[in-house]
Design a protein around this ligand. Sequence first.
Ligand SMILES: Cc1cc2nc3c(=O)[nH]c(=O)nc-3n(C[C@H](O)[C@H](O)[C@H](O)COP(=O)(O)O)c2cc1C
Length: 201
Amino acid sequence: MLDKSNMDVYNKIISRRTIRKFNQTEIPVETLKKIVNAGRLAPSSGNLQPLEYFIAVDNSLREKIFSTLSWARYIKPEGDPQKDEKPVAYIIIMVNNKIANPAHFKYDVGASAENMIITALSEGIGCCWIASVNKSDLAEILQIPADHSIDCVLAFGYPLEDPVYENITMNGSIKYYKDSNGRLHVPKRKFEDIVHIDKFQ
Ligand SMILES: Cc1cc2nc3c(=O)[nH]c(=O)nc-3n(C[C@H](O)[C@H](O)[C@H](O)COP(=O)(O)O)c2cc1C
């Protein structure tokens, strides 16, 4: 018997796409705290829990953060959010270097980020995970202490676009693109090309 609650999670996960255009409805801080709560409870290597989180909702802070981010490298500048499409909240993932194991903390970042993205999705909120960040500028803007470093930024808002994935072959391009209607297409390697069952073939 199929467990419908699991199926809902699965369907959400496979239909999730990166969102880079947002309507300007604010996200309640309580919802952002719920998202971070899902992030902080993610698996952590050695249970060290070296990650910390900065929630930014203030309008002028948002503008400053936006100026440190780089969007959609394959379709620049078409993929950049325009004036009324910018994220309405950010969660900055930071690493407390007094605690972190340098060889393992990236796993924690990945697990935590994806927990937050899926939780946001369940609230109807879209996200762009951004690693192309001017980290020194952002650390200055946010007044981050020297023993912490910024790893990446999650940009949130209610979606104004509906990207779709499509299958590519092993030799096809991985570059996402917009079609003539402005819809973003995200090529994904085909299941059969990357999954090996019992034998590498
Ligand atoms: C670690 C990481 C860093 C990323 N950095 C950026 C970024 O700096 N700017 C951006 O626009 N998208 C960024 N992305 C989003 C990817 O471009 C996106 O996940 C990819 O194109 C696949 O699309 P999908 O998320 O819709 O499946 C990043 C994703 C990951 C996982």
